[in-house]
Design a protein around this ligand. Structure first.
Ligand code: PMP
Length: 436
């Protein structure tokens, strides 16, 4: 970056010598910010190794709904550690309590299993769907991300010439695995019906982010999720809502509570434990009973760290706070304030923009026209501008991830002043980018 934004190149160089690319997950090394070394996080902020503080709207891709290092969550984790750690046999009271609350809150959950990540949850959802139906194919939608495993590692953010055909995000995936995934356009009921007409008897599952937030925010058209429910039911396929982002963040019962549409299986993660590594897969008891956690059942399910007491304590403390404090009210109000402020800024600067999102999630696409409904609409986003002004935002101590189509998040720790600071910094960053 510029001299105005020094980075700790020495530490980052050490990282690059022993960690491929210097980071531990794809999309953590950002062009222009490759030397970023994070040393502290608290509330709505994180600090880098040069001492620079950022108001954080990236929020680690979404988990810390309460803010970083929430004192109640941190205290619960410490307390759990004083009495218990991982034993790997039987169950703990915390796991029972958490499962009961999840089943009470999320409409589709009759039973639930914990994993350590969202990817493991979606992996097992597809495995059990195949086990239950004896079928081969899964359907996903262009723009949705469901984790790193082979069946779903395709067609997330695709270049224009890759939309509508297989676009794996990794090499090393067997072609027959890719061939077993059908990719359809989100919000296209006719495409879904056509796929079922052609392949219905072979479709094990349809997996969908009910709101595809991995490309910012595409809201489902009225009737789209219902059409998925109708088609999967009619053809005996399993409907999976991947609520890893929407679960808890948009409502305690997830998007299924808000939409009134109940899938067969649901995957959860991220906001459930406010940043501790957790995922969950739940749904219809007859499907969940197929997992090998039930003696003699056929679908293998395991994980050394599943239900780790520290993670369960974090989840229980998070839930307690979500259930007793006006967290959603707060983050929804700030989300609205930010969307309104940003809309004004882009209008003032005469820059075509669509500011959208839901509740605590927001994104500003740099494009004209109506609110996007499907991935193809997002190809109009001005990528250079989208990334360019976000890089400048970082120089103003405000962090929205400078990568194409990434959403941003408000937490319970953000204040109205933080929101206004984001809006003001955006005004300056966009103006400077336009002038550059
Ligand atoms: N599903 C969705 C909707 C996600 O956004 C993510 C993570 N971004 C995953 C699944 C995978 O979760 P994890 O990174 O915890 O494996």
């Amino acid at each position: 970056m510029t001299a105005a934004h020094p980075h700790d190149t020495e530490l980052a160089d050490r990282a690059r010598r022993v960690i491929p690319g210097g980071v531990n997950s794809g999309q953590r090394s950002i062009p222009g910010l490759a030397d970023l070394v994070i040393t502290a996080a608290d509330g709505a902020r994180f600090t880098d190794s040069t001492g620079r503080e950022y108001v954080d709207y990236h929020a680690a891709f979404g988990p810390p709904l309460l803010g970083h290092n929430d004192p109640d969550v941190t205290a619960a984790v410490a307390a759990a550690g004083r009495t218990l750690d991982l034993c790997g046999v039987g169950v703990t009271p915390g796991e029972i309590d958490l499962a009961e609350q999840l089943c009470e809150l999320v409409p589709s959950l009759e039973q639930v299993l914990l994993t350590s990540t969202g990817s493991e949850a979606t992996f097992h959802a597809l495995r059990v769907a195949r086990a239950a139906t004896g079928r081969r194919l899964v359907v996903k939608f262009q723009g949705c991300y469901h984790g790193w495993h082979d069946s779903v590692s395709l067609n997330v953010i695709s270049a224009p010439d890759r939309v509508g055909r297989h676009d794996p995000i990794s090499t090393g995936i067997l072609p027959e695995v890719l061939d077993a995934t059908l990719v359809l356009p989100f919000n296209d009921i006719e495409a879904v019906r056509a796929a079922f007409t052609e392949h219905g008897a072979d479709i094990a599952a349809v997996i969908v982010e009910p709101v595809p937030h991995n490309v910012g925010c595409l809201l489902p058209d009225t009737g789209f999720l219902q059409a998925l429910r109708d088609e999967t039911s009619r053809h005996g396929s399993v409907l999976v809502f991947d609520e890893v982002i929407t679960g808890f963040r948009h409502a305690l019962g997830g998007w299924q509570q808000l939409s009134g549409i109940t899938p067969d299986l649901t995957t959860l993660g991220k906001a459930i434990a406010n940043g501790y590594p957790v995922g969950a897969l739940g749904g219809r008891a007859d499907l969940m009973q197929l997992f090998s956690t039930t003696p003699g059942a056929p679908a293998f399910f395991a994980g050394t760290y599943n239900g780790h007491p520290a993670v369960v304590a974090a989840a229980l403390a998070t839930l307690r706070k979500l259930r007793t404090e006006p967290v959603h009210e707060h983050v929804f109000a700030l989300g609205d304030r930010i969307r309104a402020g940003l809309t004004d800024v882009f209008a003032e600067l005469n820059l075509p923009a669509v500011v959208t999102g839901y509740g605590s999630v927001f994104v500003s696409y740099l494009m004209s026209g109506p609110v996007p409904r499907t991935y193809a609409d997002l190809l109009r986003n001005d990528v250079g501008m989208f990334i360019g002004y976000r890089r400048r935002l970082a120089e103003h101590g405000v962090f929205e991830l400078p990568l194409n189509l990434k959403r941003s998040h408000v937490s319970y720790a953000h204040t109205a002043d933080d929101a206004d600071r984001l809006v003001e910094a955006t005004r300056t960053a966009v103006r400077d980018t336009l002038a550059a």
